[in-house]
Every structure is written in structure tokens, then in C-alpha cells.
Ligand binder design. Structure first.
Ligand code: PFF
Length: 572
């Protein structure tokens, strides 16, 4: 049954929609913290190499697959070989899991528009005046903290992740001052300070607000903590926005993107300028831009870089295949891919400038190195940006605008995924657009609910790590093997050239056939081998690790079930 496929209103609408999908929280929220975690400058170098050798060639590949087969991912791979339909579902499944936690970050942003309006992260004076009492009250052992305080933890205003397996115990937790340091443990973190004043400066900060008041973070992913009802409201509104944006298909998308792409760019620029003019910003920028070349020998950095590139370009999610399938016959695949890749990377680079200047400013006010200023991880953006916002005149207005910007940036990424999965469902079962949207959005909503509790950020962090490091990379590996070695890179390159304003050379085949698969295999194997040290604050053989792998293994099984279930066209 050859239904007439929706197409984009215009080329600009397509480019903006694809840019809208690419540019999102990945640039402003994820890129800065992954860069911070991986040592700044060196990561940046790896990132740009991966962008040009893998990201952009893969965008061309995904657009051309969708354009050629005129189907979303499962239908396209089925056309290549009926036995490959499951692989298309697998790609959509990885994207689907990602959107379940992506919507949580959107909910944080939604609620932070309110916090910004009231400057909620500015804590009451002397909140921790009774800090020593707080320490005595904290059951350190119970939190899996402390045997012996390592030298590295003795100092000023640093934060260090503490895990259950890192049994550090204070001889006398009642008397931490015996060590010349004030220690406070919460949220799986141990904080050390020299004086109550110092502790108050740091603890009463946006970081403290975010982790403790806003999220109520617990010490492990197995400790549920409190269900945060305010977040539930933000989360529900978030999903309503996502579903509403695609209610009428590509026609609404074509209009929404003008607002969700262009306005955020202006605001981001403002934040960069303000960030760079803060005192102490230079040290943050230096950390961001100075590469330590020796770090490039480490496969871990490359895996982080390549998976960040995939995440950021929405490659390996089945999204760009679906978007390619909505393209009209006459199109320009190579140029579109270049524009989207470069625009996306520039936005990430600017997001990094804003965050690192804020980190530099914060570090210099605390007198600590940039590398130790905050606990990295998914909370970084929600700690760093408020630091900039607070220093702006009319802070509340800019704060509200900033978090609205995050939301608008994220909404078109989230709905691109919804569109991709919905298009797959529609292709197979011929369900109506609205029904498919509600089903897909509804399931994603339910899966996100556990992340609204105190353990939410832990689950999010683990899922994010596994889905990016292994989910996206495995999808891409499959794509380049199927096309590069199966149907033929040369044939695909001809197809791209036939549908582009300029020709891409043989280098594209080399990337698809050799560089990308060999690179990914090297990174994944070294990562697995190196994983004798904990991931973040979690140990390799711990339950968290099992949870991560379980997700990766379950997905192909579910995908196979979906592929083997009867589609509507097959019944007819
Ligand atoms: N490219 C998006 C970003 O950088 O934010 C990543 C993304 C995540 C796209 C989740 C779609 C999605 F559902």
C-alpha cells in the first residue's frame, strides 16, 4: 500500500528540523559535562576528529538510507533485507530509551524556569550554620562512606564522588575536625572544607540546591528516596509539549522549528559573552581549550567523544533515517549533512564556552583548580549556568529565558525521536499519526517516572552512559557493516552524489568501511577491558553494570519480536 508520504514544506524547513533534532540538550547540557569529565582540551580535539571522520559521513549515510527507501528505519532495513528489520527497531529502541531520560532533563529545565524566576537556588543565609551537628548526624557508614580519609580529600572546597565500594571510613566521624577538615556527606558525595564559613559558601550554592533540595539525591541507584511531585508536574507538561509539537506531523514541525532553533542561538550568544566577561573565566577557558596530548592515547576519551558526536547529531537513533524519508525527491544530501554537522558542533562549542567560563569564575572565587570545582556529571549544567545567571543584571528575566531556551532546544530533539518511532509504527501497522504518537509518548512517559525520585539522577547517568557508549555505537557499527560491506559503500556514495549539489569523494567509502568500524571496535574493546576501575561512582561488577548491559541485551530481543509481529500491510 503506497501511502503518500508527508514531505517537508521547504528545504529550509528540513534543514532547520534536522538541525533542531541535532541541537538540543546534547550541546548545552551533555557536551560540557562530558568534556569536563574527560579532561577538557584533549576531549575537544577527539570530538572534532570524530565529527569529521564519523559524524558527518554518517549523517549523509542515514539521510540517504531514508531518502532511498522512503521508509523509517525498520522499513528501510527490511527493504535491504527482510531479515534486517529488527535492526531498524533496535536503532529506534536505543533512541526511545534515550528519550525517556531526555524528557527528565527537560523537566528539570521546565522547573528551573520557575526557580530562575524566584532565584530559588540562592539559599537562605547560614543554612549550614549547624554544620558540625549535621556531620555528626550523618550516618556516614550507612552511606557507604569512609574508612580513612585519603589525602586527596583533605583540602578546600573540593567535591569527590564516594561510592559504596570505595569504603572510606573516618576513624571518628563524630569529630571530623580532628582531621583539620570539615566533612559533609550526602548524595553519594563527600564534601571537605576547612571552616564552617567555607562550607557555607559552597554548600549554600546552586550545586547544593540542585542536588539536595531540588532532586533530593540519594546515595545509590538502589535507594529510591522521595518522589518529587513538583518534578512530576514539570515532567507531565514536558510530555504534553512534545506530543503537541508533532500533533499534526511534519507540517507543524516545519513551523515550530523556526522558534526552537533561531531564538536559542541568540540567547546562547548572550550567555557566552556574559560568561567570558566574568572574573576568573580565563582559567575555565584554559582548561576547556588546552589539550593534554597524552590523554589522546586513552580509548576512553575517544569512546566518549564519538558517542557524544552521535548523540549530538542524533545519529544512531533512527531519527535521521526517518527525516531523510520525509525529504522530497529532489534534495541535497551532502550539503545538508555538512551544514547540520557544523552548526551542531558550533553550538556545542559555544555551550562549552559558557559553562567553562562559569566554572572558571566559580573556581577562582573558591580558590580551587577548575578540575575540582564541582562534581561533574549530569548535574553540571544546572549548577554552572545558575552561577552565570546570578551575576547578570535582571537575573530573573535572563534565568527564565535561559531555561526556556533549553526547553525549546530540547523539544525538537525529543519530538524528532517521537516522529522517528511513530513513523516506524505507522509504516508497519498503518495506525493513525495521533494514535501512534500517544502510544509511543505514553510508554516513554511511564518509563520516565522512576527517574523522578531521589535515585533518578543515578539511573539517568547509568542509562545515559550505556546507551551512548554501547547502544549508539552498536547501531552505527551495524549500519556501516550493512551498507559499507553488505549492499556496498560505493553504490551508496553514488546515490548520495546523485542527490547532492557536489560530489563526495572516495574518502567517504574509507570512513564507512574502515575508519568507523575499526575505530568503534577498538574503543568498545578497550573500554570493556579497562572497566576494572569504577564507572563514575559505580563499580564494574556491581548491579549497576548488570542493569546497563541488561538494557543493551534486551533491546535486540524486543526488536526481534517487533520485527516478527505481523504488520498491517502484510495482513492485507
Ligand atoms: N541530538 C540531540 C541532542 O543533542 O540533544 C539528542 C537527542 C536526544 C535527540 C534525544 C533525540 C532524542 F530523543
Amino acid at each position: 500500500m503506497a501511502a503518500i508520504r508527508e514531505t517537508w514544506n521547504s528545504r529550509t524547513a528540513f534543514v532547520l528540523a534536522a538541525i533542531g533534532s541535532a541541537i538540543g540538550l546534547g550541546n548545552i547540557w551533555r557536551f560540557p559535562y562530558v568534556t569536563y569529565e574527560n579532561g577538557g582540551g584533549a576531549f575537544l580535539v577527539a570530538y572534532f576528529i570524530c565529527l569529521f571522520l564519523a559524524g558527518i559521513p554518517l549523517l549523509m549515510l542515514e539521510f540517504s538510507i531514508g531518502h532511498k527507501f522512503h521508509q523509517a528505519a525498520p522499513g528501510s532495513f527490511k527493504k535491504i533485507n527482510p531479515r534486517l528489520e529488527w535492526f531498524g527497531w533496535f536503532a529506534a529502541g536505543v533512541g526511545f530509551i534515550i528519550v525517556t531520560y531526555y524528557a527528565i532533563i527537560m523537566a528539570w529545565s521546565m522547573n528551573y524556569t520557575y526557580e530562575a524566576a524566584t532565584l530559588g537556588w540562592e539559599q537562605e543565609e547560614g543554612k549550614y550554620a549547624d554544620i558540625q551537628y549535621a556531620i555528626a548526624e550523618t550516618d556516614l557508614e550507612d552511606m557507604g562512606v569512609l574508612t580513612e580519609i585519603p589525602d586527596s580529600l583533605l583540602g578546600r572546597g573540593f567535591v569527590s564522588p564516594v561510592s559504596a565500594d570505595q569504603s572510606i571510613v573516618c576513624d571518628d566521624p563524630e569529630d571530623p575536625e580532628g582531621y583539620g577538615t570539615i566533612l559533609v556527606a550526602f548524595g553519594g558525595h563527600l564534601y571537605g572544607f576547612n571552616s564552617v564559613d567555607e562550607a557555607n559558601t559552597f554548600m549554600g550554592s546552586p550545586g547544593d540546591f540542585f542536588f539536595n533540595d531540588f532532586l533530593g539525591v540519594t546515595s545509590s541507584p538502589w535507594d529510591m528516596g522521595e518522589f518529587k511531585w513538583p518534578l512530576f508536574i514539570g515532567f507531565t507538561l514536558t510530555w504534553i509539549c512534545i506530543v503537541a509539537s508533532v500533533w499534526k506531523g511534519t507540517k507543524t514541525v516545519s513551523k515550530v522549528v523556526y522558534f526552537t532553533v533561531l531564538i536559542p542561538w541568540g540567547l546562547l550568544l548572550l550567555f557566552v559573552i556574559r560568561g567570558l566577561t566574568l572574573s576568573g573565566a580565563g582559567s575555565g577557558i584554559e582548561y576547556y581549550l588546552t589539550p593534554v596530548w597524552s590523554k589522546l592515547m586513552n580509548a576512553k576519551i575517544w569512546l566518549a567523544a564519538i558517542s557524544q558526536v552521535f548523540f549530538s547529531l542524533s545519529v544512531g537513533f533512527a531519527i535521521m533515517i526517518a527525516y531523510g524519508s520525509f525529504l522530497p525527491k529532489k534534495t541535497n544530501i551532502a550539503a545538508n549533512a555538512m551544514i547540520i554537522g557544523v552548526a551542531d558542533a558550533l553550538t556545542a562549542f559555544f555551550g562549552g564556552l559558557a559553562v567553562f567560563s562559569a566554572l572558571g569564575h566559580h573556581a577562582s572565587s573558591l580558590g580551587v583548580p577548575v578540575s575540582q570545582v564541582v562534581s561533574s556529571g549530569p548535574g553540571l549544567a544546572f549548577v554552572a549556568y545558575p552561577h552565570i545567571i546570578t551575576t547578570l543584571p535582571a537575573a530573573r528575566i535572563f534565568g527564565v529565558l535561559f531555561f526556556l531556551m533549553l526547553l525549546t532546544l530540547a523539544v525538537d530533539s525529543a519530538f524528532s525521536l517521537l516522529e522517528a518511532v511513530t513513523a516506524s509504527v505507522k509504516d508497519k501497522w498503518k495506525t493513525s499519526h495521533r494514535k501512534s504518537n500517544l502510544i509511543v509518548g505514553g510508554i516513554a512517559f511511564l518509563l520516565g517516572l522512576p527517574m523522578l525520585t531521589g535515585m533518578g539522577i543515578h539511573i539517568l547517568d547509568i542509562t545515559d552512559h550505556f546507551m551512548n557508549s554501547f547502544g549508539l555505537t552498536l547501531v552505527v557499527l551495524g549500519e556501516v557493516l550493512i551498507i559499507g560491506w553488505g549492499t556496498g559503500a560505493e553504490e551508496q556514495r553514488h546515490y548520495i552524489n546523485k542527490n547532492s549539489s557536489f560530489n563526495i569523494g572516495i574518502w567517504w567509502n574509507i570512513c564507512i568501511r574502515w575508519i568507523i568500524p575499526m575505530g568503534i571496535l577498538w574503543m568498545i574493546f578497550s573500554e570493556i577491558q579497562q572497566r576494572t576501575v569504577p564507572y563514575g561512582s559505580f563499580g564494574i561488577r556491581s548491579q549497576e553494570f548488570v542493569f546497563g548491559w541488561l538494557l543493551i541485551i534486551l533491546l535486540p530481543i524486543i526488536s526481534d519480536l517487533l520485527a516478527n509481529s505481523k504488520g498491517t500491510s502484510e495482513v492485507e
